[in-house]
Design a protein around this ligand. Structure first.
Ligand code: AMP
Length: 491
């Protein structure tokens, strides 16, 4: 039976997706194996596909496949053995742009006049369609539907001579979010867009230099954290050493994604110098101060709500309890689209601990409400388990706007908070009360005194609509839509 609830992502087959993770290493005999390990630590950033490209001399070798890192590169897989060389880059992905197909799986590679060029990208280029159409008109033939391929074509068609100059020339034409690691004839290149929307860190393993989306990947391979790649910085590593360039000057004020702290990054990562775990606990404490409620226990929605729930419990003095238990054995493959079992949905993944909850007033904590599917099911589950009251508290402000920077949030009409006020949302999810942390509270939790309306220090567009870059493709789509509406009126 298909539900007609427009907010039910599973029914519509377009489940919420995360973004991507990148990893790169220069100067290790086990480059591909270390990359596979690093990607494994970044698996939470994308579980749809993974790939590694290695460089041996000036020869490039790639292996890309659908599925998880462990299945593709570990166990009986001999994939890593076929990736020789002392340098490698890797990628885990959910499709943020481009359909789900092997040709879109990264790293993307091209043999250019200026040499081999492999690229792994976290983020989303917000003028990719515009650039693609322009290059198509001039004869470029695209192999994939991924926004990342635009960078390769821009490098290929740049009028500069050297690969590095061509690459910088290409970056000047793209807008949006990109943390890139590229393997080229000249060495390993890592760079972050001028606003630093997506994270990227640098580490050291013996003599080898590593770049990764999150510090947890450095921990996993036993590397030491050196520093973040700065917003707008380009770092080149080769046998001559490490060079840092600032091709965009210093005029940009960074706007890293605040949702990395709320949800994406692993709690054991350090993002832009700050511990994600401690920020999440702080968010919980702020939430408790802003949204108090009389209750018997604080229960996290595992795993994403756990650190905030600890912070909420510590601040409010209400005991923290594991009122919902998560099964760690539910793979995506088990919940196949179209299969009957899919409709059991959340129940397969979460189960209420009824012996604990029975007759109790419960404060449920989750990191976010996007379409409301999860909250609705969890609230019902806790009620069914006998809770006398269910109060939902959310560790982020209402998600009212789509993300165009690499997080595949749905269109605005599917975002619950874009369609309803908090009271209506509360009714929709069936809770006794619903509260969100304020945007100011979230800024306090990440260590800022205030959110300066005119100059916010983070990208918080999903909550505020304050997009830090132009959104060419989005504006074009909007214009087209308006023209279609006007044409329909005249017809
Ligand atoms: P929804 O059920 O659509 O309201 O989604 C909210 C749930 O999805 C929360 O439990 C979050 O932990 C999780 N979530 C939030 N953002 C994302 C994302 N970009 N990708 C995957 N899951 C997410």
């Amino acid at each position: 039976m298909l539900t007609t609830n427009p907010f039910d992502a599973e029914a519509y087959g377009d489940k919420l997706r995360e973004e991507c993770g990148v990893f790169g290493i220069w100067g290790s005999e086990d480059a591909a194996a270390v990359t596979a390990l690093g990607l494994h630590a970044l698996q939470h950033r994308g579980q749809e596909a993974a790939g590694i490209t290695s460089r041996h001399g000036l020869h490039f070798h790639s292996h890309r496949a659908m599925g998880r890192v462990g299945d593709i590169f570990a166990g009986k897989s001999k994939a890593v053995e076929k990736l020789p060389g002392e340098a490698a880059i890797g990628h885990v992905r959910y499709a943020t742009t481009g359909e789900t197909a092997l040709r879109n799986v990264q790293p993307l590679f091209a043999d250019l006049a200026a040499g081999g060029f492999a690229v792994a990208h976290n983020g989303n280029i917000s003028n990719a369609l515009f650039l693609r159409a322009e290059m198509n008109r001039r004869g470029s033939i695209f192999q994939s539907t991924s926004d990342t391929e635009v960078i390769i074509h821009l490098v290929a068609t740049s009028t500069y001579r050297d690969l590095l100059d061509r690459f910088i020339d290409a970056l000047r034409r793209v807008e949006g979010a990109y943390s890139l690691v590229c393997l080229t004839d000249e060495g390993l290149i890592a760079c972050r867009d001028p606003l630093g929307i997506r994270p990227l860190v640098m580490g050291k393993l013996g003599e080898a230099i590593i770049f990764a989306s999150e510090t947890v990947a450095l921990d996993m391979v036993g590397a030491t954290y050196l520093r973040s790649v700065e917003p707008g910085e380009l770092v080149i590593v080769n046998d001559e050493g490490i060079r840092s360039l600032r091709p965009f000057g210093n005029q940009h004020r960074p706007r890293p994604c605040i949702f990395e702290h709320v949800y994406f990054s692993r709690p054991d990562s350090i993002v832009d110098g700050t511990s994600v775990y401690s920020v999440r606990k702080q968010i919980g404490a702020e939430l408790a101060r802003e949204n108090t409620v009389e209750a018997d226990m604080v229960v996290p929605v595992p795993d994403s709500g756990v650190p905030a729930a600890i912070g909420y419990a510590q601040e409010s003095g209400i005991p923290f309890e594991l009122g919902i238990i998560r099964s760690h054995y539910v793979g995506r493959t088990f919940i196949q689209p179209g299969s009957e079992v899919r409709h059991l949905g959340v129940k397969l993944k979460h189960n209420a601990n009824s012996a604990l909850i029975q007759g109790k007033r419960v404060v449920l904590i989750d990191d976010s409400i996007v379409r409301g599917t999860t909250s609705m099911k969890i609230v019902q589950m806790v009620r069914d388990a006998g809770a006398s009251e269910v109060h939902m508290r959310i560790a982020s402000p209402p998600t009212r706007h789509s993300c165009f920077y690499g997080v595949n949030t749905p269109d605005r009409e599917k975002l619950l908070a874009a369609q309803m006020d908090v009271a209506a949302m509360c009714k929709h999810i069936g809770a006794d009360s619903l509260g969100f942390i304020s945007i100011e509270g979230l800024y306090r939790a990440v260590g800022e005194q205030v959110r300066e309306e005119a100059r916010p220090t983070y990208c918080d567009a999903c909550f505020t609509g304050a997009y830090p870059t132009t959104l060419t493709d989005q504006e074009d789509a909007e214009r087209k839509h308006q023209l279609q509406l006007a044409a329909r009126e005249f017809a």
